[in-house]
Design a protein around this ligand. Structure first.
Ligand code: 5GP
Length: 187
């Protein structure tokens, strides 16, 4: 009988500290792969094509929508983001577990699929703290931050559609909490 890997879905409003938590999880669980999404958003200063995202054009993205190549896709903050269906299926068929870092719209599509994902939502301690973190990051202009903040509040309203909710208040506590979830689910 084929042994399939497990699919994990993590969502969080930007600024909830998701990237740091995901990095810790990937460091700890070597059997877990990270799914590199495609996006039409321009790369940020510190981002590399093929490592952080596959940066593609809207034309290429829309072509793949027509081909049914996305397991899920969404428009977030005016750009397309999507997860390759074939990469996910191949990884799971090889018996490897895979982590998707996607927004709530994408997560809803994966939850509806027959892939039975384990779902986690990461929350900031409060909306005020989220605003402080987004401004402190210094990677985006204030209009972009406002948009992200509004989107964050809407995303947080969906937290109960996820199996696990982790509040990232104290980083060490959140890391321990998330590691124990993966330990249990990968056992
Ligand atoms: P950022 O532009 O800050 O890297 O990501 C913005 C949002 O897009 C985040 O909430 C992130 O989880 C989400 N995102 C990244 N990749 C994907 C994807 O493949 N599909 C969906 N639906 N959302 C994604």
């Amino acid at each position: 009988m084929a042994v399939y890997g497990k699919l994990f879905v993590i969502s969080a409003p930007s600024g909830a500290g998701k990237t740091t938590l995901i990095r810790e999880v990937l460091k700890q669980f070597k059997s877990l792969s990270y799914s590199i999404s495609s996006t039409t958003r321009p790369p940020r200063k510190n981002e590399t094509d093929g490592r952080d995202y596959f940066f593609i054009t809207a034309h290429e993205f829309e072509e793949k929508i027509r081909q049914g190549a996305w397991l899920e896709w969404a428009r977030v903050h005016d750009h397309y983001y999507g997860t390759s269906r074939s990469v996910v299926e191949q990884t799971l068929e090889q018996g490897r577990s895979l982590l998707l870092d996607i927004d709530v719209q994408g997560a809803a599509q994966v939850i509806k699929s027959d892939l039975s994902p384990v779902t986690l939502f990461i929350l900031p301690p409060s909306v005020e703290e989220l605003e402080r973190r987004l401004k402190g990051r210094g990677t985006d202009e204030s209009a972009v931050i406002e948009k992200r903040l509004k989107n964050a509040v809407a995303e947080m309203a969906q937290k109960d559609t996820y199996q696990y909710q982790v509040v990232n208040d104290d980083l060490e506590t959140a890391v321990n909490e998330i590691l124990s979830i993966f330990k249990k689910e990968l056992a």
